[in-house]
Ligand binder design. Sequence first.
Ligand code: SF4
Length: 187
Amino acid sequence: MRLAIEILQLLVQSADSWLFEGSLAGLSDREWMALRFLARANRFSRTPTALASFLGTTRSVASQIAAVLESKGLMVRKPSAEDKRSIALCITSEGEKFLERDPINVLRDQLVTLELPDRSQLRDTLRRVLDGLDVAKRRHNADVCGRCMFLIESGEGKDRRFKCGLFRKSIAPKDTTLLCAYFEGRG
Ligand code: SF4
């Protein structure tokens, strides 16, 4: 138990770079979180609903956060290519550039200094902890296609193809590393 408490304390201290009062570089911690998500979200998840799910908030609060990002030229709303009745929240090139000022980058840069096996182990351990939390809270986190139960793979080598069984759409190999709010682990 003592070790678990020590780990908890370290996690809380490391949260300084993404949880803060007021604003940094003009954005609140939640606005940064939204911008970060939209920069890494796949085409099914660039929506107010998926953003709300990722932030753990309502669709209306997510829309307000999106409006702030839009007013700063960091994001634009476009008709969705997936569903003409929906809109897609698309990060602009200014938004991409602005992410260089993301307060969480200090933590990222520290993680990069870890040896690759340590980084992989940390990622896998945090994933297992989050998976357990999801079960306890009856919700699920956004994650990448690779571990998703809906991912259908076929072919090999350069003929390797990916398809999403949930949306019944093909997925480009490079897009399988993007975040998806509809991810379901293989259990
Ligand atoms: S396979 Fe899973 S993670 Fe990938 S797009 Fe489909 S639902 Fe999302």
